[in-house]
Design a binder for this molecule. Structure first.
Ligand code: GDD
Ligand code: MG
Length: 361
């Protein structure tokens, strides 16, 4: 089975975390996000993966290589200009040999792809779209079906008054190669706004496969942080990082015995935790971080090589690579891009988004 993963979007809603890191490579529990997507496909016997890339293509190939580490082979195709979500599938047409999985590259889910394929074949569908329930469909693609699962309407980013169901496009499809025949070449085309509505209106058998398993689009800082909370709380059935409330510590760490660490907490290799630090999970700390004396961290994700001075307070925040948070600074509900410096005593409140390289306070 083949899968095409779309990883070429601009990821503007995930800034400042995705300013110079591709969304697909943003670390989740200290591993690049795309590794989870590939592992999940591999679990369902997908062996060939095509990555449809545009924005920030280089680091993905550098990290994943030929895919053999994950039991898959990976081909890379880079669009010379962004082709949109349908144009990106069209652009990899020469790699497609049969029915394939198509998917957004920013979704963590528990979808049973094997069962979805079976359903697609039973229905003799041209396309099958995975559905998931959400509280507010306005940020997604709303899908109306009949009682047999046949898709009647696809409405991308509905306004509140257009919401008729809480079932949305979960961003994973089973597609017949003939779908690619409906997409023009070399232009920008949206599968959500153009291709699916066209297939539905022309009476093609487009089916919906509902799943109530864990699902998250990690494309905003809030959702990214929530994904960490959920995975650490064991809400995914296939990926469980450790038992609930566990404290997982990597190699080469130096943790002062006076530090208080309450799980679920993951601390990666070569970190230094100074005296009287208090860490209350869910918290993830990347490699090579230094947490200064008396600092207090709760409900946060810290990437690699971050330095916290003394008595820093960090809560419900995300701090990207190589940041420095100086003594007595307070960050609550903040999101810091790479190489940000927070001055001593500075205070950042909810919604603070600090771009790459800035100094604040
Ligand atoms: N190669 C390529 N080229 N990839 C692209 C392009 C492009 O021009 N544009 C977007 N992508 C990729 C993104 O990188 C992402 O992995 C995926 O396509 C979806 O784009 P998003 O920008 O994340 O879309 P969304 O979250 O607003 O909405 C989509 O996902 C929802 C589920 O999370 C839609 O498919 C909705 O219908 C759906 O409900
Ligand atoms: Mg998305």
């Amino acid at each position: 089975m083949q899968a095409v993963i779309l990883v070429g979007g601009q990821a503007t809603r995930l800034r400042p975390l995705a300013t110079n890191t591709p969304k697909a490579m943003v670390p989740v529990l200290n591993r690049p996000f795309l590794e989870y997507v590939i592992r999940n496909l591999s679990r369902h016997d997908v062996r060939e993966i095509v990555l449809a890339q545009h924005h920030l293509a280089g680091p993905i190939e550098e990290h994943l290589g030929d895919g053999s580490r994950f039991g898959v082979s990976i081909a890379y195709v880079v669009e010379d200009s962004p082709r949109g979500t349908a144009g990106a599938f069209k652009n990899v047409e020469k790699h497609i040999t049969d029915t394939f999985i198509g998917m957004n590259g920013d979704i963590f889910n528990d979808l049973d792809i094997t069962a979805m394929l079976r359903f697609h074949r039973e229905k003799n569908a041209t396309a099958t779209i995975a559905l998931t329930p959400v509280e507010d469909p306005t940020a997604y693609g709303l899908i109306e079906t009949d009682t047999t699962g046949l898709v009647k309407r696809f409405l991308e980013k509905p306004s509140p008054s257009e919401v008729t169901t809480n079932m949305i496009n979960a961003g994973t499809y089973v597609l017949e190669p003939e779908v690619l025949g409906q997409i023009p070449s070399d232009v920008q085309v949206s599968i959500e706004r153009e291709t699916f509505p066209l297939l539905v209106s022309s009476g093609k058998p487009v089916y919906a496969f509902s799943s109530s398993g864990y699902w998250m689009d990690m494309g905003t800082p809030d959702k990214y942080l929530q994904l960490h909370r959920d995975l650490l709380a064991g809400r995914s059935t296939w990926y469980v990082p450790g038992t609930d409330a566990e404290v997982l510590i990597g190699e080469g760490c130096s943790i002062d015995p006076s530090a208080e660490i309450i799980g679920p907490v993951m601390i990666d290799d070569n970190c230094t935790i100074d005296p009287y630090v208090r860490i209350v999970g869910p918290v993830v700390i990347g490699t090579g971080c230094v947490i200064g004396e008396g600092s207090d961290i709760e409900d946060s994700v810290i990437w690699h090589n971050v330095r916290l001075g003394s008595r820093v307070k960090l809560e419900s925040s995300v701090v990207a690579d190589n940041c420095t948070l100086n003594d007595n600074s307070v960050i609550e509900g903040g999101v810091l891009g790479d190489h940000v410096t927070v001055s001593a005593g500075a205070s950042l409140g909810p919604g603070s988004m600090i771009e790459l390289g800035e100094t604040v306070g």
